[in-house]
Design a protein around this ligand. Structure first.
Ligand SMILES: Nc1ncnc2c1ncn2[C@@H]1O[C@H](COP(=O)(O)OP(=O)(O)O)[C@@H](O)[C@H]1O
Ligand SMILES: [Mg+2]
Length: 263
């Protein structure tokens, strides 16, 4: 364990790079995520957030760098390998089947061998998962099409918990949601942390980041551009790191003040 790692670090990236032809999508990325910790990953369009998610979920292999998971250097050559390690990803499109009910969506494609779970067992397990998340789902027998955006996010997160992951990656979990549903999903993120998971939350929303994240890692043009403790940093500072502005609105006003110009 390197001296910069926390003792309960679950996932560490060091010097992770990924090129697509001439495009350097990620260059020398470092990232640490611990149990019971929410790390927000923020950055402008094209900053490399989705590429990072895809590397961790086994969609793309990195070109260089190391990934350490639970103290071991690992390869994540495919999505099954990510699942086996205990890295679950909830992609932005959620990949739910609208016409199927909550139970069917939770267990879709889960081959439970040698015994296939029967209907009653699946319903019991569904409620267990949803209870873990303190989720507000009225019935597990309604089609997903009838659920709100926040409830769908809940179902997608619950499904990802079936593999008992240590790390869960949420790609823009509140992007399509209104205020009340956003609050519901942020509550879920807090439940995940309470349950001991390390959470990586991709986000564009500074209010969400400030509300639930412990740390915020800024990506800019495929590189690290600062890791902050959320309690120590203002939304303006995070935005300045995202845009690469050397002077943010606050320091600009302060310097105008010094020069005696109207602020
Ligand atoms: N499959 C791909 N092929 C070629 N270029 C890609 C591919 N995926 C991403 N990129 C490029 O990599 C860079 C980072 O993209 P991405 O990871 O999607 O950023 P973000 O999710 O932060 O918007 C961008 O310049 C993007 O065009
Ligand atoms: Mg993206």
């Amino acid at each position: 364990m390197s001296p910069t790692q926390q003792p309960d670090t679950v996932l560490s990236l060091r010097g992770v790079s990924k090129n697509f032809g001439a495009v350097a999508a990620l260059t020398g990325i470092d990232l640490d995520v611990a149990a019971h910790q929410v790390v927000a990953v923020v950055g402008d369009n094209g900053a490399g957030k989705s590429t990072l998610v895809k590397i961790l979920s086994g969609v793309h292999p990195p070109d260089s760098g190391t990934i350490t998971f639970a103290g071991r250097v690992v390869d994540i050559p495919n999505p099954a390998a990510a699942h086996k390690l205990g890295i679950a990803t909830v992609f932005q499109d959620l990949a739910l089947c609208e016409n199927l009910n909550v139970i069917q969506n939770l267990f879709l494609g889960q081959e439970i061998r040698p015994l296939r779970l029967n209907d009653v067992a699946m319903e019991t397990r569904s409620w267990e998962l949803l209870r873990q998340l303190s989720a507000k789902i009225p019935s597990v027998r309604v089609p997903v099409a009838a659920l709100s955006g926040g409830q769908r996010q809940t179902v997608a997160i619950a499904r990802s918990l079936l593999g008992d992951p240590k790390i869960i990656i949420l790609d823009e979990p509140t992007a399509a949601l209104g205020v009340a549903q956003t609050a519901e999903v942020l509550n879920l993120v807090e439940r995940l942390r309470e349950n001991g998971l390390g959470v990586i939350m991709i986000s564009h929303n500074m209010a969400d980041v400030k509300a639930v994240a412990d740390k915020v890692a800024v990506l800019r043009l495929g590189r690290n551009n600062g890791v902050f403790d959320v309690g120590d940093v203002s939304a303006e500072d995070i935005i300045a790191a995202i845009t690469g502005a050397t002077d943010n609105a606050v320091s600009r006003r302060a310097s105008r003040h010094q020069e005696g110009l109207p602020s």
